[in-house]
Write a protein that binds this ligand. Structure first.
Ligand code: SF4
Length: 368
């Protein structure tokens, strides 16, 4: 058992429930390093259109970088790193004025471009345009510690309505050919919402391919290490990503989140990890792959997805749950992308279409 501590409404200090300890030495350790890294994180801007408590970037209104500079950074990446995808983040990349050129450049270099966004200005038309430029997927950050003007005071559960709306925009604009991921920073006061989010991701696995939990951990003002950048000692007490001033702040740890995921998926077991830097015995990233199909789920009722699997892949679409991770390219064993226009609907035999057919089992996510 995890030691029982205070359970104060929605705030869990320690969870009183059975726990199955993580066994890192039985998971695959991701062999990532600076020169060999599946995902390259690119920040063409530090400007953002909202504010999040957990953001590690200071929001700079003049934060757009010249396109030449960003491309020069990518040329260095090309020289020194093997990478599969470029995650275009920020700041908010959708307000970066040269985004389309950037996506086209990334695509021309043979990399997959992934947009990491808060989704505030995302529209079906913008998705179409980005996909046309070569974008392969979207990771959308939504959580209740963001200051979204239209969602003040919304809980994680309330925000599932926004998540679903964005997922449908991505599905429709991308015509089912791009992946859709969500992430949420989990704070001590939203930890209890992990089962709700896990259930939501599971119910919508037909249009939501990945759900990422980012565990909030603050940069410590105090600690055992002096910190240096470029040979100079730095004071980290001014960092944005800093909650030491909150008297009772206590970082969320991976085991707590995994135990809560298991209240919804008892068999949940990570398959890969990346260990921590300060403490190599901890897991910085955990990856798990969940497969299934959406038939009978509460949010969407669609076809038997097994017919859409490529030969040799796992039946059904996949949801990858990760804790404390950054976005991930589409899982190789998922049924991704969606069927081409020649695929037929299980219910009515009509060719696949983004417009729902009359059948109760639809080609597309049921909008009701
Ligand atoms: S949406 Fe992203 S970039 Fe913008 S404030 Fe939040 S975490 Fe930072």
């Amino acid at each position: 058992m995890i030691p029982a501590d205070t359970v104060d409404g929605a705030v869990l200090r320690r969870i009183s429930m059975p726990t199955r300890p993580l066994a890192l030495n039985t998971y695959y350790r991701l062999p990532w390093n600076l020169a060999d890294n599946a995902i390259t994180w690119l920040e063409p801007t530090t400007k953002c259109n909202i504010y999040c408590d957990g953001c590690y970037r200071a929001n700079d209104p003049d934060g757009h970088k010249p396109l030449d500079q960003v491309i020069s950074d990518l040329e260095n990446i090309k020289k020194f790193r093997k990478t599969d995808g470029i995650s275009i983040a920020g700041g908010e990349p959708l307000i970066y004025p040269h985004l389309m050129e950037l996506v086209r450049y990334v695509t021309s270099q043979g990399w997959k471009s992934i947009i990491i966004t808060n989704g505030e200005v995302l529209t079906k038309e913008l998705v179409e345009e980005l996909v046309e430029a070569g974008c392969r997927g979207f990771t959308v950050h939504v959580d209740s510690h963001q200051k979204r003007p239209d969602w003040r005071g919304a809980s994680e559960e309330d925000l599932c309505e926004l998540r679903l709306k964005i997922a449908r925009v991505i599905y429709e604009g991308g015509r089912g050919k791009v992946f859709c991921a969500f992430n949420a920073t989990i704070y001590r006061d939203t930890l209890s919402q992990v089962p709700v989010l896990t259930r939501w991701a599971q119910d919508n696995m037909d249009i939501v391919n990945t759900f990422v939990y980012i565990l909030y951990r603050s940069e410590k003002k105090t600690g055992d290490f002096d910190k240096y950048v470029g040979g100079k000692k730095v004071d980290t007490s001014d960092l944005v990503y800093q909650l030491d001033r909150m008297e009772d702040h206590e970082d969320v740890v991976t085991q707590e989140v995994v135990d809560l995921i298991r209240t919804v998926c008892p068999s949940y077991e990570p398959s890969a990890y990346l260990n921590g830097t300060a403490d190599p015995g901890t897991s910085k990233w955990l990856l798990a792959l969940r497969t299934g199909n959406a038939r009978g789920s509460s949010a969407t009722r669609i076809r038997n997805s097994s017919r859409w699997c490529r030969p040799g892949t796992t039946s059904g679409r996949a949801t990858i749950s990760r804790t404390r991770v950054r976005p991930f390219s589409a899982g190789p064993s998922s049924c991704f992308p969606w069927p081409s226009s020649t695929a037929a609907c299980d219910a009515c035999s009509a060719s696949y279409s983004p417009t729902p057919c009359a059948s109760s089992v639809r080609c597309t996510p049921n909008p009701s």
